[in-house]
Design a protein around this ligand. Sequence first.
Ligand SMILES: Cc1cc2nc3c(=O)[nH]c(=O)nc-3n(C[C@H](O)[C@H](O)[C@H](O)COP(=O)(O)OP(=O)(O)OC[C@H]3O[C@@H](n4cnc5c(N)ncnc54)[C@H](O)[C@@H]3O)c2cc1C
Length: 438
Amino acid sequence: MRTLMWFTRDLRLEDNAALHACRHADQLLCVFVVEPAWFEPGPWQCKPLGSHRWRFLWQTLQDLENQLHSRGQRLHIAWGDPRKVIPELCHSYRIDRLCLSHQPGSYEARHLQHIRTAMPGLAVNAYASLTLFEPRDLPFAINELPGTFSAFRRLVEKHRLAPRKPIPTPTSLPPAPGVPDDDRRQLPPVPTTPTRPLMTGGSRAAEAHVRAYMDGGFLASYKVTRNALDDWNASGKFSPWLANGSLSVRALWDAIVSFEQRVVSNESTYWMQFELLWREYFYWYGIAHQGRLFARDGVQRIKRHGSFYPQRFRAWQEGNTPYPIVNACMKQLRETGYMSNRGRQLVASCLVHELAMDWRYGAAWFEEQLLDYDVASNYGNWQYLAGVGADPRGWRQFDLAKQARQYDPDGTFVRRWQGDSQEQVPLYTVDAADWPIG
Ligand SMILES: Cc1cc2nc3c(=O)[nH]c(=O)nc-3n(C[C@H](O)[C@H](O)[C@H](O)COP(=O)(O)OP(=O)(O)OC[C@H]3O[C@@H](n4cnc5c(N)ncnc54)[C@H](O)[C@@H]3O)c2cc1C
């Protein structure tokens, strides 16, 4: 069979079920599609892919290419709309089977449906490479996904669901059917790497990071340190690699189990697995709710206030609100592409409650800026914070001053990121007739 392996958010050779399924193909074309739409502002005034993640993605693709090379393969990086690019490649190389990993987003599902319709003779095989479990492992049908994370976790624990074991890495791959014209010269320029990058893309870097975190013993105290705003080893920092699939979540789970056997099994090791279950929950939540993931009223269809105020949105994005802790987090995000989980909760609460904005503007800004943007985790968490998602309490507003006292008692974090600089702009101004503008 002539097979096309379409890499998407599974940018690795290790534990990649879709790639594994290609190992007996007669010929194999490996493809990644960079979409022009990722670089254009969308309806929420933000781009789907900002410079931090574009650099990280590019590093990841180079790493993947090197590994494919060492197995006699190559990576074709195409530029265009996959609904056009994939069928064209399938025609040119007389491909009869398309292999890829299942993805949770409705945008990706629509693309795949379009390709299926355009090419009825093409076998399309999608595999579960991004999750701990497979749909058939779950003790419920996807459309009966529990409405809260706690109910989901209880079911997982009650049924003693064990994550799937990672599958072997291919040592060799079938030959490529030819060399498509390279689209690389058309790609937007990749931003230069900062002198001290926070994270480097690629599965080699991911492996090294997991090893350093485990060997350093940081996992043993994760439960107590995880809420820190700015401490590198306080939390795992696995998310950017997990998000583009250069790190397998099953391999990470195995590394935690191995740590428990070799070093210690305690509340912290349990809590790291607990957090990975949150990721898992949101993945299935994305599959179950599809387009409602992006609906203002969320999966609960609850009407909440929230509008668009350009001035407030700009102040929030730039870290110029009246809340120093929020400003520091937002500046950290702009500069590094990362923000702690605690920080994300605070800035989301600020946007929704203090600034009375439609939560989707915040989610879209995160999508542009975050190194670890993941459609299901991002929109699922934003819905949760906005009180329209999987939160049984329905409404979470953080007392920002109290949170600052608790998590930044001596103000080090705010000072480091200049959260209290004097640039603040008024969030609310009126025109001559006293109507609010911005
Ligand atoms: C408003 C908001 C938006 C978010 N957007 C994203 C996103 O786009 N991509 C993303 O990966 N995470 C997102 N998160 C979840 C969480 O903030 C990050 O996963 C975490 O901060 C990543 O840092 P870490 O790897 O050090 O996490 P750790 O604390 O070390 O946790 C380990 C892993 O567990 C998973 N995890 C932890 N907390 C969550 C959570 N609340 N939801 C889902 N998975 C979780 C992540 O895969 C993470 O890498 C968001 C949270 C909020 C509140």
